[in-house]
Design a protein around this ligand. Structure first.
Ligand code: HSC
Length: 692
């Protein structure tokens, strides 16, 4: 007998009922899926021939969680809790058969099943924290009952996807079945459970592990302390911890009620709203309207990199990590040796931390070759230039690469600000030229700005985006303008920060406000880290900016233990009396009288011009959508994801308020604050960036 509708299929295989869910792309628990599970259960329970039930999914994954698109909308269909009760209280054993990922609500459904089997490639996790949430369907109460409090704390606050073998060792999975044999393996397991009359295990009744942790508040205190830096600014990790505490200290049903209460609070709060927005924004960024997914791509099997400096080396590591051979070219043997040595040292340091085997270090290094002859890059499919930022140098290099590279090769520049169209014009194949703006350190930072020149061909764009995915980057397609999206907006913040210290606040005041806002560090700490002498020379220094004066004083940033801050031997940044005095003198020499500037003004002066610049970027078509700008800022500049990104933040404040403040600042401080036409128009129409 078989019953099916478009979402699920119930097949009876002898004494086993197989409920197969089929709701692409990820079998999320939409109203239809919840209803389908319930109906499938009813059918299986009613059938006297059925002695055990298997819940399995078609497609690429087991249930990957609640349907996030339903959040914030009125509830339709059966509540998940009712579906879970039906499974957990079933008089016939229910077995979850897991492949792909059992995530969030998906794992919570598996946890109400009496047993769980999985293929080795499957992964389990409760990633709700990454959406600013907590597992709201009993996950925080059931997980610690199986894996213990420490592991549960780790899992719910990191959102990590635990591989099936590890989950099996933890007791989360009862049996691993061979890859590719999930259906048969699960049916065989179900038959055994039925034949042996194994108990209908309810995780909710397994109290041993939570009782063991009762009366030990220090476990939670230590966990909070150890992770304070990682959790800074986020609300969800703390709420997740409180739920595990509830699992330890309260009876199951009370713990469940506490979990639900905290879930609802998070769901209705601003952080989850921002993080859920970001989830979709980061996926949306891959869609390029005029470059559909069937656009032909150019095979990239080898990469050539020009420049073995910090940037070139970091870029090379991305490809080596993905198993793509890299040839790297430098101008002197010394620079080449240094570059290759740095790459090896980086890998060896990772190996020392246990995150890479020494075998893997050697495998990666074996894919790397160095040379002093650019001609050696003639066979590469993709050539990436990572030399210093000088237009003449880049143009000369590209014209040379044009002569060397294969006719079908892609020529990429890692420029962070220069005009890509001008660089492309130095070649006979501007359609093959693209910008790949990696962020430093290039082997660590997730963001890749893919810069589309006016002549870049669609296959070249499609190839760059696909390649970005292959090397694990978050790619955002941008157009050509000075600084592209990220650095162009950053310049606004830097300008205001520099102006502010001449008006009243000290660098550490400005930094504190931006740090408290959620950035990893403020603009002055960031400048100290990068080095104040980037592009500075003593010969050409005119002492006309704070930065130049600091460099002249040999305060060049962290590397000289002094910059805007003083640094102690542990690199702790300390407010500097020398700098304070120097700023007072400098401001006086410019005729600036100092005033009290409120924290609020510091924040608005730094952030609103960025939002405004984002609007100009959209107006000019440099970014495809406002959410792409947010993806750039979250991944490239440490914008706190719980604030969505600058454009989301602008919408959240209200664009009318941003505009009013920009006008007020314009009247007070001049045209640096001229509002973007798009901002003016959106406000006039009562719209937000999200409506675009
Ligand atoms: C949750 O489960 C809350 C629970 O605790 C229940 C609470 C009940 C509360 C009641 C109490 C009152 N929903 O990533 P991809 C889409 S929260 C909707 O590119 P991959 C995605 O947008 C959830 N859509 O694929 C994309 O759509 P597009 C916890 C979802 O192979 C497409 O699927 N779960 C969705 O690289 C493909 O996605 C998670 O956080 C969802 N849950 O990765 C897991 N998940 O094609 C979130 C995906 O139109 N998902 N989509 O762009 C993931 O991590 C990844 O998607 C996977 C697949 C690893 C599953």
């Amino acid at each position: 007998m078989a019953v099916n509708n478009s979402i699920s299929d119930v097949a009876i295989e002898g004494n086993v009922a197989l409920i197969t869910l089929n709701s692409p792309p990820v079998n999320a628990l939409s109203a239809a899926v919840r209803n389908a599970i319930y109906e499938g259960m009813e059918l299986a329970l009613k059938n006297p021939a059925v002695e055990a039930i298997v819940l399995i999914c078609a497609g690429k994954t087991f249930i990957a969680g609640a349907d996030i698109t339903e959040f914030g909308k009125p509830i339709a269909g059966l509540p998940l809790a009712k579906v879970q009760e039906c499974i957990e209280n079933s008089p016939k054993p229910v077995i979850a058969a897991i492949h792909g990922t059992a995530l969030g609500g998906g794992l919570e459904v598996a946890l109400v099943c009496h047993y769980r089997v999985a293929v080795p490639s499957a992964r389990c996790g409760l990633p709700e924290v990454n959406l600013g949430l907590l597992p709201g369907a009993g996950g925080t109460q059931r997980l610690p009952r199986i894996v213990g409090v420490e592991k549960a704390l780790e899992m719910v606050t990191s959102g990590a996807h635990v591989p099936a073998r590890e989950a099996h060792q933890m007791g989360l999975i009862d049996e691993l079945v061979p890859e590719g044999s999930l259906r048969d393996g699960a049916i065989a397991f179900a038959r055994r459970v039925a034949a042996e009359g194994r108990p209908l295990t309810k995780v909710r009744d397994m109290n041993e592990k939570v009782e063991a942790a009762r009366g030990k508040p220090e476990v939670f205190a230590q966990f909070r302390k150890a992770n304070a830096r990682k959790f800074r600014g986020f609300i969800a990790p703390e709420f997740n911890i409180q739920c595990i505490e509830a699992a330890v200290n309260l009876p199951f049903d009370e713990g469940l009620a506490r979990e639900r209460e905290l879930f609802v609070e998070l769901m209705n709060g601003p952080q989850s709203s921002a993080q859920r927005y970001y989830f979709f924004a980061s996926r949306q960024a891959w869609n390029i309207p005029d470059v559909p997914s069937d656009t032909p791509v150019i095979p990239v099997n080898t990469v050539g990199i020009i420049g073995a400096g910090t940037m070139g080396g970091g870029i090379a590591m991305n490809f080596l990590n993905a198993g793509i051979p890299v040839a790297i070219v430098e101008t002197s043997q010394q620079a080449l040796d240094r570059g290759l040595r740095t790459i090896r040292t980086n890998y060896e340091n990772t190996a020392k931390k246990g995150r890479l085997s020494s075998d893997d270090v050697e495998k990666r290094m074996a894919l790397l070759t160095g040379s002093l002859a650019p001609e050696d890059l003639g066979a590469a499919d993709l050539l990436i230039e990572a030399v210093f930022e000088n237009m003449d140098v880049k143009k000369e290099l590209f014209s040379k690469l044009d002569r060397i590279a294969r006719p079908d090769a892609i020529l990429a520049s890692n420029t962070s600000a220069l005009d890509l169209n001008e660089i492309a014009a130095a070649t006979s194949r501007p359609e093959a030229v693209i910008g790949l703006h990696f962020f430093s350190p290039a082997n660590v930072m997730k963001l890749l700005e893919v810069v589309r020149g006016e002549k870049t061909s669609r296959p070249v764009v499609a190839t760059a985006m696909q390649l970005a995915r292959r090397i694990g980057k978050v790619a955002v397609l941008v157009g050509v303008c000075p600084g592209f999206v990220g650095n162009r907006m950053l310049a606004q913040r830097q300008r205001e920060a520099s102006k502010l210290v001449l008006e009243g606040p000290m660098p550490w005041d400005v930094d504190r406000i931006l740090y408290d806002f959620g950035f990893p560090m403020g603009p002055f700490a960031m400048s100290d880290l990068a080095g104040l002498d980037l592009g500075w020379t003593r010969e050409k220094s005119t002492g006309s900016t704070l930065r130049e004066i600091l460099c002249e004083m040999d305060r060049r940033g962290q590397k000289t233990s002094a910059g805007f801050y003083d640094y102690d031997e542990r690199r702790t940044a300390l407010p500097s009396p020398v700098v304070e005095k120097m700023i007072h003198e400098f401001a006086a020499s410019k005729g600036k009288s100092r005033r009290e500037v409120s924290d609020q003004e510091i924040l608005e002066r730094c952030i609103y011009p960025m939002i405004n610049e984002g609007a100009k970027i959209l107006e000019e078509g440099i970014a495809i959508r406002a959410s792409d700008i947010d993806v750039v800022w979250v991944n490239g500049y440490g914008w706190p994801v719980y604030r969505g990104g600058p454009m989301f933040y602008g919408d959240a404040i209200g664009l009318d308020k941003v505009l009013a403040k920009m006008r007020e600042f314009q009247a007070q401080f001049g045209d640096d604050f001229r509002p973007a036409q798009l901002l003016v128009d959106l406000v006039a129409q009562g719209k937000s960036f999200r409506d675009l």
